[in-house]
Design a protein around this ligand. Structure first.
Ligand code: GDP
Ligand code: IMO
Ligand code: MG
Length: 426
């Protein structure tokens, strides 16, 4: 039996999951997204073309691979329609028959975005710095057991009533939050009825589909969005997203048993970035951080915001390694470090004079601690597009070995550029 594999981000997202999932997916029968929504931005470079996927799994550029958007994803149907059309245009091929949406996905509606804006505005300096896609409020409605799902969208007779009830409630909350917008339900009912018809060919019971595939010996790659440090349970709460990005989310978000997740690979940059607010112990606010941003082109794939940049955070990555019980790690963007004489690597945290043993739960502690760095010799040579371990200068090999030893897991891949070929397989 082939192994099913989960791919997860180890940091605060944007680790290069899209590239790695694209490369690995050709060996799988199916790629399934299990959480998040169109807050994600997964870049896949095929030849000279760069595609940014938000909802569609990163296996879509392999025609033989089936792609599933699982029930743990919150779906903005318009975002899906636009993205699937863009993929069809880019590939000159239809995605029908190989792209599937769970009938149990919760929907994002326009009032979710209005609520998110109102809440972020109220928070002022304490705002999360969300992607403003309505993700958090949609998950709130799911957990509050009042969300509207894709199966509701498939039923045009009962859908308007469900939308209207929610709009009454949401307008009440928006007024309390002194938000100027009043939501009119009619245009939502009209447009969502149309979206429902457009996405109907893609909708199915994906839990049944995936379990059938598993029974028939097919292999599945579970694609995580965001990263472990943005996971709602295990991340730097409250500066997290609203879903289970860690490997445990794969089973919940797809309706398959945890028994079917056989292996987990964690993706991490060779340094660290973060978009939005929240603690970031190894953030570099000086010219080194600026150099990482410029060399790594660190601007959000979804919102275009500049990413905050800093050094590899060992304790955070070790914590994420534990949460996901990684089999191996894939290190991306090692080429971005080419410019540095010395590379600081955070090996521990000091807090109020003592060394912290565990990754702290409290964001205030994380924001107040002092990282302890070990400086590692740089290589000052271009690693761009290298494909063989033996072509890496000894100093780059040493950096990667140090990182692997620190985490206690082997490195299975090293990425040296955005393209598919710029990859060292170990
Ligand atoms: P994801 O959200 O984890 O899929 O990552 P993003 O796509 O948001 O961000 C990763 C960015 O780094 C994208 O622009 C990729 O094209 C790019 N990238 C991925 N791997 C490498 C690499 O090894 N080197 C360089 N220079 N860029 C890379
Ligand atoms: P991928 O899959 C990086 C961040 C936002 C914000 C927080 C909450 O491309 O790695 P949300 O809109 O989810 O409620 O915002 O999470 N965030 C991401 N950061 N990469 C992502 O996705 C992200 N998705 C959400 O910036 O700090
Ligand atoms: Mg991204």
């Amino acid at each position: 039996m082939k192994k099913n594999l989960a791919i997860v981000g180890l940091q605060w997202g944007d680790e290069g999951k899209g590239k790695i999932v694209d490369i690995l997916s050709k060996a799988y029968d199916c790629v399934a997204r299990y959480q998040g929504g169109h807050n994600a931005g997964h870049t896949v470079s095929v030849g000279s073309r760069r595609h940014v996927l938000h909802l569609i799994p990163s296996g879509i550029f392999h025609p033989s691979v089936k792609c599933v958007i699982g029930s743990g994803v919150v779906l903005d149907p318009l975002a899906f329609i636009e993205e699937s059309e863009a993929v069809c245009d880019a590939t000159s091929a239809s995605v029908e028959g190989r792209l599937f949406i769970s009938n149990r996905c919760h929907l994002i509606l326009p009032y979710h975005r209005a609520l998110e804006e109102a809440i972020e505005n109220q928070l002022g300096d304490r705002r999360i710095g969300t992607t403003n896609r309505g993700i958090g409020p949609a998950y709130e409605d799911k957990m509050g057991r009042r969300g509207i799902r894709v199966c509701d969208l498939m039923n045009p007779e009962t859908l308007p009533q469900k939308i209207r009830e929610q709009v009454v409630e949401k307008n009440r909350i928006l007024e309390t939050l002194r938000h100027p917008q009043v939501i009119d339900p009619q245009p939502i009912c009209d447009s969502y009825a149309q979206y429902g018809e457009k996405i109907r060919p893609f909708v199915t019971d994906t839990s049944v589909m995936l379990n059938d595939m598993i029974r028939n010996g097919k292999s599945i790659l579970f694609e995580g969005a965001q990263g472990t440090l943005l996971d709602v349970d295990h991340g730097t709460f409250p500066f997290v997203t609203s879903s289970s990005a860690a490997a445990g989310g794969a089973a919940i978000g797809l309706g398959v048993s945890p028994k079917h997740v056989h292996a987990v690979i964690g993706i991490s940059k060779a340094y660290t970035t973060r978009v939005g607010s929240g603690p970031f112990p190894t953030e570099s606010l000086d010219s080194a951080g600026e150099c990482l941003r410029t060399r790594g082109n660190e601007y959000g794939s979804t919102t275009g915001r500049p990413r905050r940049c800093g050094w590899f955070d060992g304790p955070a990555a070790r914590y994420a390694t534990m949460i996901n019980a990684l089999d191996s790690v894939a290190i991306t963007k090692i080429d971005v470090l080419d410019a540095f004489e010395e590379i600081p690597f955070c090996t521990g945290y000091k807090y109020k004079g003592s060394t912290l043993k565990e990754f702290p739960a409290d964001s205030a502690t994380l924001a107040a601690l002092t990282p302890v760095y070990q400086n590692i010799r740089g290589w000052k040579k271009s690693l761009a597009d290298l494909k063989e371990w033996s072509d890496l200068p000894p100093a780059a090999q040493d950096y990667l070995k140090f990182l692997s030893d620190y985490l206690g897991v082997p490195i299975s891949m090293v990425s040296t550029g955005p393209g598919r070929e710029a990859t060292i397989h170990l």
